[in-house]
Design a protein around this ligand. Structure first.
Ligand SMILES: [Ca+2]
Ligand SMILES: [Ca+2]
Length: 248
Protein backbone atom coordinates (compact mmCIF):
# COMPACT_ATOMS: atom_id res chain seq x y z
CA UNK A 1 0.00 0.00 0.00
CA UNK A 2 1.13 3.50 -0.71
CA UNK A 3 -0.23 6.71 0.60
CA UNK A 4 -2.97 8.48 -1.28
CA UNK A 5 -6.04 7.05 -2.91
CA UNK A 6 -5.60 3.56 -4.24
CA UNK A 7 -7.57 2.17 -7.14
CA UNK A 8 -9.57 0.02 -4.78
CA UNK A 9 -10.40 3.00 -2.62
CA UNK A 10 -11.44 5.02 -5.66
CA UNK A 11 -13.75 2.25 -6.80
CA UNK A 12 -15.14 1.83 -3.30
CA UNK A 13 -15.97 5.53 -3.26
CA UNK A 14 -17.86 5.09 -6.52
CA UNK A 15 -19.78 2.11 -5.20
CA UNK A 16 -20.63 4.03 -2.03
CA UNK A 17 -21.90 6.84 -4.24
CA UNK A 18 -24.21 4.34 -5.91
CA UNK A 19 -25.32 3.07 -2.53
CA UNK A 20 -26.34 6.56 -1.47
CA UNK A 21 -28.23 7.01 -4.74
CA UNK A 22 -30.08 3.75 -4.26
CA UNK A 23 -30.83 4.28 -0.57
CA UNK A 24 -33.83 6.37 -1.50
CA UNK A 25 -35.23 6.64 2.00
CA UNK A 26 -31.83 7.31 3.54
CA UNK A 27 -32.04 4.70 6.27
CA UNK A 28 -28.58 3.27 5.60
CA UNK A 29 -29.75 0.10 3.95
CA UNK A 30 -30.88 -0.69 0.45
CA UNK A 31 -33.88 -2.85 -0.28
CA UNK A 32 -35.87 -4.07 -3.26
CA UNK A 33 -38.26 -1.23 -2.53
CA UNK A 34 -35.46 1.29 -2.96
CA UNK A 35 -34.71 -0.09 -6.41
CA UNK A 36 -38.39 -0.04 -7.32
CA UNK A 37 -38.67 3.52 -6.07
CA UNK A 38 -35.90 4.78 -8.34
CA UNK A 39 -37.51 3.17 -11.36
CA UNK A 40 -40.91 4.56 -10.46
CA UNK A 41 -39.44 8.00 -9.88
CA UNK A 42 -38.04 8.05 -13.41
CA UNK A 43 -41.08 6.66 -15.20
CA UNK A 44 -43.46 9.02 -13.43
CA UNK A 45 -41.21 12.02 -14.01
CA UNK A 46 -41.34 11.17 -17.71
CA UNK A 47 -45.10 10.65 -17.49
CA UNK A 48 -44.89 7.03 -18.52
CA UNK A 49 -47.81 5.07 -17.05
CA UNK A 50 -46.85 2.52 -14.41
CA UNK A 51 -48.32 -0.33 -16.45
CA UNK A 52 -46.67 0.65 -19.74
CA UNK A 53 -44.28 -2.01 -21.05
CA UNK A 54 -41.37 0.43 -20.85
CA UNK A 55 -42.13 1.15 -17.20
CA UNK A 56 -42.46 -2.54 -16.39
CA UNK A 57 -39.19 -3.27 -18.17
CA UNK A 58 -37.39 -0.63 -16.15
CA UNK A 59 -38.71 -2.06 -12.88
CA UNK A 60 -37.74 -5.54 -14.05
CA UNK A 61 -34.24 -4.31 -14.85
CA UNK A 62 -33.97 -2.74 -11.42
CA UNK A 63 -35.20 -5.94 -9.82
CA UNK A 64 -32.69 -7.97 -11.81
CA UNK A 65 -29.87 -5.82 -10.49
CA UNK A 66 -31.19 -5.98 -6.95
CA UNK A 67 -31.50 -9.76 -6.97
CA UNK A 68 -28.05 -10.05 -8.52
CA UNK A 69 -26.56 -7.91 -5.78
CA UNK A 70 -28.26 -9.94 -3.08
CA UNK A 71 -26.96 -13.15 -4.60
CA UNK A 72 -23.45 -11.70 -4.80
CA UNK A 73 -23.55 -10.47 -1.21
CA UNK A 74 -25.18 -13.63 0.00
CA UNK A 75 -23.19 -16.22 -1.83
CA UNK A 76 -19.82 -16.10 -0.17
CA UNK A 77 -17.02 -17.95 -1.88
CA UNK A 78 -19.16 -20.97 -2.64
CA UNK A 79 -21.63 -19.03 -4.71
CA UNK A 80 -24.55 -20.25 -2.70
CA UNK A 81 -26.10 -19.64 0.64
CA UNK A 82 -29.26 -18.78 2.43
CA UNK A 83 -31.28 -15.89 1.22
CA UNK A 84 -31.14 -12.66 3.11
CA UNK A 85 -33.47 -12.94 6.02
CA UNK A 86 -32.96 -16.62 6.57
CA UNK A 87 -30.97 -17.41 9.63
CA UNK A 88 -30.54 -21.11 9.05
CA UNK A 89 -26.83 -20.86 8.40
CA UNK A 90 -26.10 -18.03 10.81
CA UNK A 91 -22.84 -18.41 12.59
CA UNK A 92 -20.62 -19.41 9.71
CA UNK A 93 -19.12 -15.96 9.89
CA UNK A 94 -18.69 -15.25 6.20
CA UNK A 95 -17.76 -11.64 5.80
CA UNK A 96 -19.80 -11.25 2.67
CA UNK A 97 -22.96 -12.13 4.48
CA UNK A 98 -22.34 -9.97 7.49
CA UNK A 99 -23.96 -6.92 6.02
CA UNK A 100 -27.16 -8.55 4.93
CA UNK A 101 -30.01 -7.67 7.13
CA UNK A 102 -32.94 -9.96 7.41
CA UNK A 103 -36.27 -8.52 6.52
CA UNK A 104 -37.33 -8.69 10.11
CA UNK A 105 -34.51 -6.36 11.02
CA UNK A 106 -35.60 -3.57 8.73
CA UNK A 107 -38.26 -1.23 9.96
CA UNK A 108 -40.05 -0.83 6.69
CA UNK A 109 -42.48 1.69 8.03
CA UNK A 110 -39.98 4.43 8.54
CA UNK A 111 -39.80 6.97 5.80
CA UNK A 112 -41.69 4.84 3.33
CA UNK A 113 -42.13 7.49 0.68
CA UNK A 114 -40.01 10.28 2.08
CA UNK A 115 -36.75 10.56 0.26
CA UNK A 116 -37.14 10.44 -3.43
CA UNK A 117 -38.97 13.53 -4.34
CA UNK A 118 -42.12 12.13 -5.81
CA UNK A 119 -45.57 13.12 -4.74
CA UNK A 120 -47.26 11.27 -1.94
CA UNK A 121 -49.22 9.20 -4.41
CA UNK A 122 -46.18 7.10 -5.17
CA UNK A 123 -46.69 4.85 -2.20
CA UNK A 124 -48.69 2.50 -4.35
CA UNK A 125 -45.91 0.68 -6.12
CA UNK A 126 -43.03 0.91 -3.73
CA UNK A 127 -44.47 1.36 -0.32
CA UNK A 128 -47.29 -1.09 0.02
CA UNK A 129 -45.30 -4.12 1.05
CA UNK A 130 -46.68 -3.86 4.53
CA UNK A 131 -44.79 -4.73 7.67
CA UNK A 132 -41.29 -5.96 7.11
CA UNK A 133 -41.06 -9.66 6.48
CA UNK A 134 -44.66 -10.12 5.48
CA UNK A 135 -44.86 -12.39 2.49
CA UNK A 136 -42.08 -10.97 0.40
CA UNK A 137 -40.71 -13.73 -1.76
CA UNK A 138 -38.29 -11.93 -4.04
CA UNK A 139 -35.45 -9.74 -2.99
CA UNK A 140 -36.35 -9.78 0.64
CA UNK A 141 -33.96 -8.34 3.11
CA UNK A 142 -31.66 -5.40 2.84
CA UNK A 143 -28.07 -4.62 2.05
CA UNK A 144 -25.93 -2.38 4.17
CA UNK A 145 -23.44 -0.11 2.50
CA UNK A 146 -20.65 -2.60 3.23
CA UNK A 147 -22.56 -5.49 1.71
CA UNK A 148 -23.62 -3.43 -1.29
CA UNK A 149 -20.03 -2.32 -1.95
CA UNK A 150 -18.74 -5.86 -1.48
CA UNK A 151 -21.32 -7.23 -3.90
CA UNK A 152 -20.32 -4.77 -6.61
CA UNK A 153 -16.64 -5.49 -6.02
CA UNK A 154 -17.35 -9.18 -6.36
CA UNK A 155 -19.31 -8.66 -9.57
CA UNK A 156 -16.35 -6.72 -10.94
CA UNK A 157 -13.86 -9.35 -9.85
CA UNK A 158 -15.92 -12.13 -11.38
CA UNK A 159 -16.77 -10.34 -14.61
CA UNK A 160 -20.45 -10.20 -13.78
CA UNK A 161 -21.07 -6.49 -14.11
CA UNK A 162 -22.37 -6.58 -17.67
CA UNK A 163 -25.06 -9.07 -16.78
CA UNK A 164 -25.86 -7.25 -13.56
CA UNK A 165 -26.53 -3.87 -15.16
CA UNK A 166 -27.42 -4.90 -18.72
CA UNK A 167 -31.21 -5.20 -18.46
CA UNK A 168 -31.43 -1.99 -16.45
CA UNK A 169 -29.32 -0.06 -18.95
CA UNK A 170 -31.33 -1.35 -21.91
CA UNK A 171 -34.62 -0.56 -20.22
CA UNK A 172 -33.43 2.87 -19.15
CA UNK A 173 -32.44 3.74 -22.71
CA UNK A 174 -35.71 2.43 -24.12
CA UNK A 175 -37.64 4.43 -21.56
CA UNK A 176 -36.07 7.77 -22.29
CA UNK A 177 -35.98 7.21 -26.07
CA UNK A 178 -39.10 9.30 -26.45
CA UNK A 179 -39.21 9.23 -30.23
CA UNK A 180 -38.48 5.52 -30.38
CA UNK A 181 -35.65 5.72 -32.88
CA UNK A 182 -33.47 3.38 -30.85
CA UNK A 183 -30.98 6.01 -29.74
CA UNK A 184 -30.98 8.77 -27.18
CA UNK A 185 -30.71 12.38 -28.29
CA UNK A 186 -29.34 15.13 -26.08
CA UNK A 187 -32.86 16.33 -25.37
CA UNK A 188 -34.05 12.85 -24.42
CA UNK A 189 -30.98 12.30 -22.28
CA UNK A 190 -31.31 15.60 -20.49
CA UNK A 191 -34.95 14.95 -19.64
CA UNK A 192 -34.02 11.63 -18.07
CA UNK A 193 -31.03 12.94 -16.15
CA UNK A 194 -32.91 15.94 -14.82
CA UNK A 195 -35.66 13.58 -13.68
CA UNK A 196 -33.04 11.75 -11.62
CA UNK A 197 -31.67 14.91 -10.08
CA UNK A 198 -28.83 16.03 -12.37
CA UNK A 199 -28.55 19.53 -13.78
CA UNK A 200 -28.99 20.10 -17.49
CA UNK A 201 -25.40 21.29 -17.69
CA UNK A 202 -24.11 18.10 -16.09
CA UNK A 203 -26.26 16.10 -18.45
CA UNK A 204 -24.79 17.87 -21.45
CA UNK A 205 -21.25 17.17 -20.22
CA UNK A 206 -22.08 13.51 -19.64
CA UNK A 207 -23.71 13.21 -23.04
CA UNK A 208 -20.66 14.58 -24.83
CA UNK A 209 -18.39 12.17 -23.00
CA UNK A 210 -20.63 9.17 -23.59
CA UNK A 211 -21.16 9.81 -27.31
CA UNK A 212 -17.87 8.20 -28.15
CA UNK A 213 -18.49 7.93 -31.89
CA UNK A 214 -19.58 11.56 -32.03
CA UNK A 215 -22.76 11.01 -34.01
CA UNK A 216 -24.84 13.15 -31.69
CA UNK A 217 -26.81 10.27 -30.22
CA UNK A 218 -26.26 7.62 -27.57
CA UNK A 219 -26.54 4.01 -28.59
CA UNK A 220 -27.19 1.18 -26.17
CA UNK A 221 -23.57 0.14 -26.62
CA UNK A 222 -22.28 3.60 -25.74
CA UNK A 223 -24.48 3.77 -22.64
CA UNK A 224 -23.57 0.29 -21.54
CA UNK A 225 -19.87 1.07 -21.99
CA UNK A 226 -20.19 4.22 -19.88
CA UNK A 227 -21.86 2.36 -17.04
CA UNK A 228 -19.28 -0.41 -17.08
CA UNK A 229 -16.62 2.28 -17.17
CA UNK A 230 -18.09 3.72 -14.00
CA UNK A 231 -17.82 0.43 -12.13
CA UNK A 232 -14.38 -0.54 -13.39
CA UNK A 233 -12.30 2.62 -13.93
CA UNK A 234 -10.83 4.11 -10.76
CA UNK A 235 -9.58 7.42 -12.09
CA UNK A 236 -11.85 10.37 -12.72
CA UNK A 237 -13.02 11.94 -14.85
CA UNK A 238 -14.79 9.32 -16.87
CA UNK A 239 -18.01 9.17 -18.88
CA UNK A 240 -19.33 6.75 -16.30
CA UNK A 241 -18.74 9.21 -13.50
CA UNK A 242 -20.63 11.84 -15.41
CA UNK A 243 -23.67 9.79 -16.29
CA UNK A 244 -24.02 8.51 -12.75
CA UNK A 245 -23.39 11.88 -11.16
CA UNK A 246 -20.18 11.04 -9.29
CA UNK A 247 -17.84 14.02 -8.91
CA UNK A 248 -15.11 13.13 -6.45
CA1 LIG B 1 -34.43 8.82 -29.57
CA1 LIG C 1 -23.14 7.93 -30.49
Amino acid sequence: MTSGITDDEALRAKYMHRFRQHDTDGDGRVTAEDFDARAVRLTRALRVPDDAPRARDLRAGARHMWEGLVALADGGAAGEGGRAGEDASAGDGTTAGAGIIGAEGASAAEGASAGYGVSAGDAGDAGDAGPAGEGRSAGEGALTEAAFVAALARARAEGGLADLVGPSVAAHLALIDADGDGTVSLGEFTAGQVAMGQSAADAAEAFAAMDTDGDGALSTAEWHAAVLDFYTTPAPPTPGNLVLGHRP
